[in-house]
Design a protein around this ligand. Structure first.
Ligand SMILES: Nc1ncnc2c1ncn2[C@@H]1O[C@H](COP(=O)(O)OP(=O)(O)O)[C@@H](O)[C@H]1O
Ligand SMILES: [Mg+2]
Length: 283
């Protein structure tokens, strides 16, 4: 499936700038008492329509990295570029979905919640904003709930509103920070499935953060493995062959075990990487 690139094909491919380039990025929190390094010299590239996953244990700097890509935290080393432009502040081309969907203002209906960022950022006038909100609510299966208030919705439905609200802004890249972590196991699985179906339909570019190996394999087409604190790149693997139907399969389980070893072994051996068709190892 992944034929090696040769000659012109390979060199042409590398002249196309990636959508997002994270280049040798280190991130720190500074307080008067101490400096906490969250990530150390992390590099990766995301292409349009990627479902790119940052995977690593709690505290390895995933959220910090996402906030930096969103423009909220400046790297102390390295650079982040979106379509070649250095990221220096937040912008409507990068929208974040966090796990706290209860941030939906309770006094606004579902439709008003989805319209709000479009109006607040003056992206669209009210009429167009309403049209676009209804379009994306239909995409996430919530047309019937456009006039409902958030407190009447289940956790999964609130997640879908948050996704519709983010996609309605039509960002260059959608950033999701453990968006389904607070949901029960069945709802979480359902949301993963819906996210993949939505991606099939809309083909947005996704950067998805998780600490779940299974979720990474299901959601991602590529996975960046980060070491424990401070996060460094351990490896990048291709995982497009998996979806929810692969869960529990022999190959899927073997990949999950290999990822586990790559993430947590102190002295990983090169042979652990052999099971993956494409892998970049960096220690
Ligand atoms: N506001 C903060 N001030 C100081 N240290 C922080 C702050 N936020 C996170 N950290 C530290 O930075 C590291 C990375 O945190 P985080 O990005 O939240 O990791 P993850 O999302 O992978 O769990 C952790 O050691 C965490 O304790
Ligand atoms: Mg986090």
């Amino acid at each position: 499936m992944n034929a090696p690139l040769q000659g012109h094909a390979a060199s042409n491919l590398h002249t196309v700038a990636p959508l997002l380039a994270v280049d040798n990025v280190s991130l720190e929190y500074r307080t008067p008492e101490r400096v906490v390094r969250a990530t150390h010299q992390v590099s990766f590239e995301i292409d349009p329509a990627d479902r790119y996953v940052l995977l690593g244990p709690s505290g390895c700097g995933k959220s910090t990295l996402l906030k930096s890509i969103a423009g909220f935290i400046k790297p102390c080393e390295g650079q982040i570029r979106l379509l070649g432009q250095k990221v220096e502040q937040p912008g409507p081309d990068r929208i974040v979905v966090f796990q706290e969907f209860d941030q939906l203002p309770p006094w606004k209906t579902v439709k008003q919640n989805v319209m709000f960022p479009l109006l607040a950022s003056k992206t669209l006038k009210r009429r167009e904003a309403e049209e676009r909100a209804l379009y994306y609510l239909e995409k996430v299966g919530l047309s019937a709930f456009a006039d409902a208030y958030p407190h009447t919705l289940s956790g999964g439905m609130k997640a879908r509103v948050a996704i519709a609200r983010a996609l309605a802004m039509q960002p260059k890249i959608l950033l999701m920070d453990e968006p389904f972590a607070a949901l029960d196991a069945l709802t979480r699985r359902k949301m993963q499935e819906e996210l993949l179906l939505l991606w099939e339909e809309v083909r947005f570019t996704l950067l998805f953060v998780t600490h779940s190996i299974e979720e990474a394999l299901v959601v991602g087409n590529r996975i960046l493995l980060l070491s424990p604190h401070p996060g460094r790149v351990r490896a990048e693997i291709h995982s497009h062959q998996y979806d929810l139907h692969s869960l529990g399969g022999v190959e899927f389980q073997a990949s999950a075990r290999r990822i586990h070893r790559l993430l947590f072994d102190e002295a990983p051996e090169a042979e652990q990487a052999l099971g993956f068709a494409d892998i970049r190892i960096a220690y």
